[in-house]
Design a binder for this molecule. Structure first.
Ligand code: NI
Length: 387
């Protein structure tokens, strides 16, 4: 029986599990119920289970037939988003304001499906590590697990992970070697001027005018400071100032995100943001502070592991279902930090048409669960056998 056929035999159970997790979403570092389900199932399958890593992280360990010393890690994320679900699905979120709108419920079910397959078949030599991480959505769950000694306690030679992609063609696997997803910095710029009556503007240092000008000027980092053949996104997502019609306020704020694929571009953007802010402060006599936070690293697939993942996907699904040379995306992924510690590969797994990720109408495509489980399981079988 093929790997996918074997996993398909219990696809119904994996779907039921996925829908149960979907109905009970938990935000980052609060995945107590989800982690409990994961750990209990891993134990039932016959894995050695470690709970409570960086709070709610779980690691399951499975020995193959013999121990050849190779250790392959598979990773899934477990957290939901602070979104009010806008579907009428029978398994819709039962928690107001929280929703699995990125399919991490599906990723968790897929990795449990891979763990079940590998424990039932044990057709590999070496060790499989099943890593379930908390808080992928911008709260630093991967970094927290690394800080908790993830790879010192559970050393891996290689690690693999995946993300579903709505509208990406059901069951298609896509990746590229090299940078595939962007680094992300979040920024807060605080402008302190001088408030006054709106009718006596000459008595003010108007933070609203300074903020509007600075917001425009910051876009020159993209259009005038970055090599046009290199990628950068600078999005201002929040502007805040004032509360009335006849008062020039004292302060204003800008916030947003910078996405880059290249360390030099990333550093340049930070330098220019500070320089422009300083120049506006000097020019207008205001006080401006810039806070930049490194939230995500570049997700970089090393060539050897990218090739291994693409080869596995082709053998599993057929060459026509695999695109191993996609254009990088400017979205970000927490798994990047784990891949800076251990080489690995991250792939997109296409899903059927539907609402996009982080959308209140999103619905995970359960039909791709066995494909994801099989891909992950095959990485263990193939890469524990790799010299
Ligand atoms: Ni996600």
């Amino acid at each position: 029986m093929s790997m996918i056929d074997r996993i398909n035999a219990y696809a119904g159970e994996l779907t039921a599990l996925r829908r149960d997790i979907h109905a009970h979403p938990e935000l980052g570092f609060e995945e107590v119920r989800t982690a409990g389900i994961v750990a209990d199932l891993l134990e039932r399958f016959g894995c050695e289970v470690h709970r409570g890593i960086a709070g709610t992280g779980v690691v399951g360990i499975l020995q193959g037939r013999t121990d050849n010393g190779r250790r392959i890690g598979l990773r899934a994320d477990m957290d939901a988003l602070p979104i009010e679900e806008a579907t009428n699905l029978p398994y819709r979120s039962t928690v107001p304001g929280k929703m699995h709108a990125c399919g991490h419920d599906g990723h968790t079910a897929m990795l449990l499906g891979a763990a079940r397959y590998l424990t039932e078949t044990r057709d590999f030599d070496g060790t499989a590590m099943f890593i379930f991480q908390p808080a992928e959505e911008g709260l630093g769950g991967a970094r927290a697990m690394l800080k908790a000694g993830l790879f010192e306690r559970f050393p891996c030679d290689e690690i693999y992970g995946l993300h579903n992609q709505p509208g990406g063609g059901r069951g298609r696997i896509k990746l590229c070697a090299g940078p595939m997803m962007a680094a992300a910095d979040f920024f807060d710029i605080r402008i302190r001027g001088k408030g006054s009556h709106a009718a006596w503007p000459h008595q003010s240092i108007d933070p609203v005018m300074i903020t509007a000008g600075l917001a425009q000027a910051l876009q020159s980092i993209v259009s005038r400071n970055t090599d046009p053949l290199k990628a950068i996104v600078l999005s201002i997502t929040r502007m805040q100032a004032g509360a009335s019609y006849n008062v020039i306020p004292e302060t204003a704020q800008l916030a947003g995100t910078i996405r880059t694929l290249d360390a030099d571009v990333r550093a340049m953007a930070a330098t220019r943001m500070r320089a422009l802010s300083e120049a506006f402060a000097t020019g207008f006599g205001a006080d401006i502070t810039v806070e930049l936070r490194d939230v995500f690293s570049v997700l970089d697939n090393p060539p050897a592991q990218a090739k291994a993942a693409a080869d596995a996907a082709r053998d599993l699904l057929g060459a026509e279902q695999v695109d191993s040379c996609i254009v990088p995306l400017m979205g970000s992924e927490d798994f990047a930090d784990m891949m800076m510690a251990v080489p690995g590969a991250y792939v997109w797994l296409g899903a059927g048409p539907g609402a996009g990720l982080h959308n209140a109408g999103y619905d995970f495509d359960d039909a791709i669960i066995p494909v994801g489980s099989a891909f992950l399981a095959s990485m263990v079988e193939r890469r524990t056998a790799a010299a």
